[in-house]
Unconditional design. Sequence first.
Length: 332
Amino acid sequence: MPALPPLPDGFAARPLHADDAAAVAALIVAAEPGDDTGEYPEADDVTDEWTGWKLDLARDGVAVLDGSGSLSGYATVFATASFRDSFRVSLDGRVHPAARGRGVGGALLDWQLARGAELHAERRPEARATLVTGVLGTQPDLEQLVARRGLEAERWYRSMERPLSGLPAARSVPGVELVPFTWDRDDEVRRAHNTAFRQHHGSSERDEATWQSLFTGQRSFRPDLSVLALHDGAVQGYVLAYVYESDARAKGYREVVLGQIGVLPEGRGRGVASAMIGRALQLAADDGCARAALDVDSGNVTGALRLYEGFGFETVRTRVSWSVARPPITAD
């Protein structure tokens, strides 16, 4: 693990601890008025994310404390075991609004880049690596910081939402049956997802453990609001739905998030995705959700953006993926 970052006077750094989850959640909520992520996590949500990504907090996380011992910032570095073209290492973190503009963010980013290089060397030195972080459109200072550290904008994403009123009429596809998600098909859906996203930028194969820890094993996953499309008895498409109760408590209404949407290549162009999304929206409305949300890669090769706009989803925030590439590490 690289040395903890040097910090401005009045701040100290230490490894992140599991019991920092509540403080991290509180920091994110405190930053929400300016950052506008749309997220209001609680301690359990933060713990779920750390567990899902299998973070070794003692090595892959840093906490920054002010003189009173309160959390002023944090940073994490994580990667999944599997990948396609490049071993992708994600850099995540936040600085409390009261501590911004004082060098804390730069120190944390320097640590993340160093730790990301270590992860590359430790886990997949024979492969190319990409260190990547997301910057919201509301974070111009962070955008300038990552650019100064040599990262480049690689991909543009949109968060989209729509109310769950005035929903379009149900759609059907000849030969395709829409059914709820059931646990006996969990691994079949995983394999369909791996196939459906094979050509998508930055995607990676999901093994069984990673699939469950990041997707269907999450507390927020709602199998009853998720939809599968079956053709000849096999999964041809899927919509996986999530409801984050901490966000509902903060916002005063429940929102369904359509987290993963995919159709196998042979099923595309027939309206399968439209039929599944329409069913998922109606299920969520019937369950008392007021809004629906999803994220989309603006360069999605399947034309997903046009599909979602056709369903009345509108862009509410943007995010840019910034990255720096690392060549394979050769032995001396």
